[in-house]
Design a protein around this ligand. Structure first.
Ligand code: ADP
Ligand code: GLC
Length: 480
């Protein structure tokens, strides 16, 4: 099949979270399965500077209609792997920035234009390069206009650009909500600015467009597919999601075993496998050293790697300060984002720097070391569409402590509830429930045999992308 993906993140060219990992791994798996895969990404500074893009070919000059103006850009392409082409939609004014969505304090003011331009650039490429896609697959709000723009361009130019469109919701909490005046920049027919179109409480909602107009809608776990149709998790789009209830499927993400695999992970100081766990101890020693903690510490190390947002339950960890200050344990946190959460975590670390550490930055290598060197991985999310870190934890022999929501509930089972099969500890997304799970983690850690059994079970689980990719292939080839 000829498969086109469009997303605002793609590992290793731009990453702020799991979207990059998921799109990178899925498109790689599809290419390895013999499909002709094209992935479109904005031409960010980091992507253009990546070594893979060094020889990128200038493929097209773009003149994109944005309201009553034409905006110039260009398309560059390179091929990092057999059957895979990466197209960069470039315009310096929009994408020559170090971060994709904002400056850390707030989102960029021109985000609507940036991503409308991106989607239109993809459509122009489909038309002018004549890709003849079997499927155009758009991810999250930044690419959500694509299904609609593809059909609009087909109508205007009397051509077929894609047989089928798919929209994947990685996180319904981010919707691309913008002032109604920006609707004009889509150049879509006026009748699409209404309650059955992009209009949402007198604004435009790009994700709503993806949900309504793609032929198929997916989310990244079966449980989240149900959750988004409820007021508790739908972030105001639950009613819209319900209108597509027949077409929404939840396909679980996987783990890219070429990147997240302790047996070959080049970012670790030592490698290990279920049969030989010695390397995990070396990773633990390195982690203690990097955090400036005593090297001979023998108690449990709790790791956390997360974007600092409401979603990730950082405040539930903070609410359990007494546990982390009062227990003979270590807490290692890697995360950046919301300033108030970051300051609060920094203050906690400052109270006990010999046992609590915060690295407030993006650091790919540290994220691998924390997965490998910790005994427990904290992920008490309020909601979690899929979550990758709890799967990475299991693969790295680190027991995840997760809340029972979304993809976390689909990928972890509790060792106390399921003594014969459990691989983690589960709680409700509340401080009290997390406290109870933390208590149980101490008991598990103290029982070395039980801990090792749960650890080995996690490492034996198959989270490979092969299964997930099959689900998408089936969806792509299903007749409508
Ligand atoms: P989300 O996509 O909601 O952030 P996931 O669990 O799906 O959550 O994926 C998070 C990804 O982002 C993981 O690969 C994780 O290691 C990475 N990550 C999050 N914060 C950081 C950070 N500060 N430095 C490096 N990697 C990070
Ligand atoms: C989003 C979600 C996360 C998911 C990731 C990849 O960022 O927050 O749960 O794992 O997308 O699909």
């Amino acid at each position: 099949m000829k498969i086109v993906h469009a997303a605002s993140e793609l590992f290793p060219y731009m990453k702020t979270g799991g979207l990059a990992d998921a799109v990178g791994a899925l498109t790689g798996a599809l290419a390895d399965n013999g499909h002709e895969v094209s992935v479109f990404l904005p031409g960010y500074r980091a992507a253009l500077a990546h070594k893979d893009a060094a020889g990128a070919e200038r493929k097209l000059r773009l003149k994109i209609e944005m309201g009553d103006q034409f905006v110039a850009g260009e398309v560059r392409v390179f091929s990092p792997r057999k059957n895979l082409r990466v197209f960069l939609i470039c315009r310096e004014e929009y994408f020559d920035r170090s971060a994709p969505y904002g400056n850390g304090e707030r989102d960029y003011e021109d985000n609507a234009d940036r991503f409308i331009f991106f989607c239109k650039g993809v459509v122009e490429s489909l038309r002018l390069i004549d890709i003849q896609a079997d499927v155009v697959h758009a991810h999250d709000w930044q690419a959500a206009l694509l299904p609609l723009l593809v059909r609009d361009a087909e109508r205007r130019h009397n051509v077929t650009l894609a047989l089928k469109t798919v929209f994947t919701i990685h996180n319904i909490a981010y919707q691309g909500l913008f002032p109604a005046t920006l609707f004009a920049h889509t150049n879509l027919p006026d009748e699409l600015y209404n309650i059955d179109g992009l209009e949402y409480y007198s604004q435009i909602n790009l994700m709503k467009g993806g949900i309504l107009f793609a032929d198929r809608v997916t989310t990244v776990s079966p449980r989240y597919a149900k959750e988004i149709q409820t007021p508790e998790f739908g972030c105001g789009l639950d009613g819209v999601a319900q209108t597509r209830t027949e077409d929404i499927v939840g396909l679980l993400n996987g783990v890219d075993a070429a990147i997240w695999n302790p047996a070959i992970d080049a970012l670790l100081p030592a490698r290990y496998s279920p049969a030989n766990m010695a390397g995990k101890l070396a990773c633990r020693a390195e982690l203690l050293k990097r955090c400036g903690f005593a090297a001979n510490f023998k108690g449990p190390i709790y790791g956390m790697v997360a974007r600092f947002t409401e979603q990730k339950g950082v405040n539930l960890v903070l609410d359990n300060r007494d546990f982390f200050l009062g227990t003979d344990c270590r807490l290692v946190v890697l995360g950046a984002g919301d300033k108030a959460l970051q300051d609060a975590m920094q203050a906690l670390a400052a109270e006990a720097p010999e046992r609590i550490s915060l690295s407030a930055r993006l650091d790919e290598s540290m994220s691998h070391l924390i997965e490998a060197g910790s005994d427990f991985f904290l992920m008490p999310s309020k909601f979690e569409p899929c979550g990758l870190n709890q799967m990475y934890s299991q693969v790295y022999g680190t027991i995840p402590i997760v809340s029972r929501v979304g993809g976390l509930a689909d990928t972890v089972s509790d060792v106390d509830e399921n003594p014969a099969t459990g691989t983690g500890l589960m709680c409700a997304p509340t401080a009290e429930s997390l406290r109870e799970a933390l208590g149980r983690s101490l008991a598990l850690f103290a029982d070395k045999a039980r801990y090792a059994t749960a650890q080995q079970r996690g490492m034996a689980r198959d989270f490979g992308w092969a299964k997930a990719a099959k689900g998408y292939e089936q969806l792509y080839s299903d007749s409508l």
